[in-house]
Design a protein around this ligand. Sequence first.
Ligand code: GLU
Length: 510
Amino acid sequence: MVPGDQEIILPEGFRCSPFTPFKSFFSKVKMSQVRVRFAPSPTGELHVGGLRTALFNFLYAKKHGGTFILRIEDTDRSRYVHEAEIRLLEMLQWSGIVPDEGPGIGGDFGPYHQSERLELYQEVAEKLIEMGHAYPCFCSTETLDEMRKLQTAKGLPTRYDGRCQNLSDSDRETLLGRGVKPVVRMKIPIKDERIVVRDLVRGNVAFNTTQLDDQVLMKSDGFPTYHLAVVVDDNAMGITHVLRAEEWLPSTPKHLLLYRWLGFTPPQYAHLPLLLNEDRSKMSKRKGDVTVEAFKAKGYLPQALVNFIALLGWNAGDDQELFTLQELIDQFSIERIGKTGAVFNREKLDWMNQIYLQALSPEELVQAVSPFFSGTPFEKSDKRFLCQIAAVVQPALTTLADFPKHLPLFFKEVAAPLEPEEEAKIKTVESRKAFAALQQKLSGGGEWNAEKFMACMKEVQKETGVKGKLLWEPTRLALTRDTQGPELPMVVEILGREKILARLKLALTD
Ligand code: GLU
């Protein structure tokens, strides 16, 4: 058994019937096999916090030879966005956090969309009503609003007051006859009880049943709420460990009650610390990008983003910061997940991305940057030429999106016009003297490479006496039409004799 693992013990008197899917669960899962899941609701783009949850689950599964499941929690039909689901799958694929079971992948525990499991939730809800742990509630939105207002006015916590618990069978029939569609609520016992969530990150966290509301389990549209579906599915899918965002911790006691009533053994929980902005506020859109797609679009490499995200709330116990995915798998442990909020430091992400960018071969870099100039005339450029450019430009890149701005330099016959003060710098007596000497040396034929250019520049310096900044600054300006950029000798080598001589000629005209 792996640490934190649990034995699944069938409660006394547990009968699989009428929950047929659970019967198959017990025959399919080996007792000590780790099964974890990422269970996003496809309502918008994948948040980096969601990616962290997916990653930690993935790492835990891989470390223990377990299974990483993707389950789409699409029961809130008013917020469901079909494209969001497609993009979410794409982002997981892009990040390399690929599920073993899930929609489009398959597995023995499907369907993996909650919207395709409605009968099961219905069956469980009916069972809960039958056992006296849930009841239909017919209250209208107006009644609930009124209830809330009154409670607020009295300074009481707002919660459902349980009035529909007392309806008689005939009251219910009358309401049903009138076409009122009820929801199903869980019946929190009146007797106060401490419910302890044994969290693998936070230790024991105690709640009192008096703090809990009669949570809606089934909505009137026949769809379950998250709370019912998550319990039913985690059980039916044989989930052994739930690693999820801290915001779900207050819901866990409700889930534990459902587990108890249904005779299921709960999984082990690990609630992950919040992600914070640098000012320690909760990470939000207002303070910059928060979605995985935005980071992809900005030119961050998936391996850099994944490495960075792995360190949000987890560390290996030393100061190692750079990890391959395999190293993360080998070193990951729930014991090393922190309790305090993890700050999302964008500068650190830039630093990491730079490191991962430098490690790419020119061919890999060209492949990675090409979406950043697709649709431009550079798209059709010769691959070999692009690889040469990539090798020169690479050290100057923080993100892939920085690449295209270096391209014009290598393609235009005569590059962009200069600012007046830059133009002045290439028109001084010294610079003209130096350009003329350089022109003469470079037009001689023979080999053409960075070393040759450096040798010529040395000779120019000797001959003309122009040196240092007075030599290099105007030369860079004349040859690249920019004050900074990649190593000049390498740029010269790639640009070739013709372009360089044309630019020198232009600089020497009045
Ligand atoms: N659907 C929930 C979410 O999007 C899942 C929470 C859980 O992992 O239990 O956060």
